[in-house]
Design a protein around this ligand. Structure first.
Ligand SMILES: [Zn+2]
Length: 80
């Protein structure tokens, strides 16, 4: 058996948290470290609570977080 020839990629690393905007809590796409709506706001990969908002006008959570744009959001964003 040639171990070099059987790369199964069996070890799956936990992907790092993407960044979330501290201003609007939007979770940014992989590799993006700046919110397109708040370029001056700090971003953080230290956040909790994944929320998908499809219809902000009908979502209580969106209302509470002042979310106006559908997307993926973090409930809490911790800034160091
Ligand atoms: Zn933002």
């Amino acid at each position: 058996m040639d171990s070099r020839g059987s790369k199964l990629n069996g070890v799956i690393k936990m992907p790092k948290n993407p960044f979330a905007c501290s201003e609007c809590h939007m979770i940014l796409a992989d590799g993006i470290d700046q919110c397109s709506h708040h370029p001056a706001a700090p971003v953080s990969s230290d956040w909790t609570g994944y929320v998908v908002v499809l219809d902000p006008s009908r979502s209580e959570i969106a209302n509470r977080l002042n979310i106006e744009v559908p997307g993926n959001y973090a409930l809490k964003v911790n800034i160091r």
